[in-house]
Design a protein around this ligand. Structure first.
Ligand code: UDP
Length: 237
């Protein structure tokens, strides 16, 4: 299989692991995602993953209910580690070598984040899963994805979601909404299109990292994306 990318940063939101449940992790869904990742890794593409935590805990939401924001965000970061370890388990069970690296040290269960070590793992064909976000409250895992992509020199961010790209209006409310096949960072920022938070978009813009937004629930989409098919919306310069 001729692939288009050598090193990819895949951003999986917590919701992607939740499937159709209202909360938590659907093991069947994670198994399917792991299968897709395994297929792509087998072709020699290097995959690093940043996982979200919104299926378990969201700092902003807890803060709006009165909790201290920083404290809530630390809990959110720990939630991402649960997701990271679940994904690791699913990947390892189907023979994919992985390492979890966390931005908050949890040495009994994962490696600490060490950039050069992460790159080495990727070069050896291991999937590296980044947990605990950036390690800083007031950030998101989308921003973490942009940061890690820049650090490890990924060629692209795959923002896997439950919709097949970016629309000019909410397609659930407006059936005639139009999907963009490509967009500039400037347009996304100016129109405040909520694909990723503005910090993440700005970081991608500054470092020239394209973002492909696509629907993860369609089987085979990760492979198609790696092959360079524009199956969603490509955000670039
Ligand atoms: N979080 C954080 N700093 C980070 C990344 C995440 O504080 O660098 C916290 C924040 O509270 C966030 C939660 O972790 O709400 C889960 O991450 P996110 O909401 O980005 O997950 P997703 O929406 O992708 O599921």
């Amino acid at each position: 299989m001729g692939t288009n990318y050598r090193r990819v940063l895949l951003k999986l939101s917590g919701e992607a692991l939740m499937g159709n449940m209202g909360y938590g992790i659907d093991p069947e869904v994670v198994k399917e995602i792991a299968q897709e990742i395994a297929e792509v890794v087998a072709t020699g593409v290097q995959i690093a993953i940043v996982v979200g935590g919104g299926n378990i805990f969201r700092g902003v939401k807890a803060a709006s209910a009165g909790m201290d924001r920083a404290a809530a965000d630390y809990i959110g970061m720990i939630a991402t580690v649960m997701n990271a370890m679940t994904l690791q388990d699913c990947l390892e069970r189907i023979g994919v070598q992985t390492r979890v690296q966390t931005a908050i040290a949890m040495q009994e269960l994962a490696e600490p984040y060490i950039r050069r070590r992460a790159i080495r793992h990727l070069e050896k064909g291991r999937v590296v899963i980044f947990g605990a976000g950036s390690g800083n409250p007031f950030f998101t895992t989308d921003t973490t994805a942009a940061l890690r992509a820049a650090e490890i020199d990924a060629e692209v961010i795959f923002k896997a979601t439950k919709v097949d790209g970016i629309y000019d209006a909410d397609p659930h409310i407006y059936p005639e909404a139009k999907r963009y096949t490509s967009l500039t960072y400037a347009h996304v920022l100016a129109k405040d299109l909520r694909v990723m938070d503005s910090t993440a978009i700005a970081l991608c813009k500054d470092n020239n990292i394209p973002i492909l937004v696509f629907d993860l629930t369609v089987r085979g989409n990760v492979r198609r994306a790696v092959l360079g098919e524009n199956i969603g919306t490509l955000v670039g310069g």
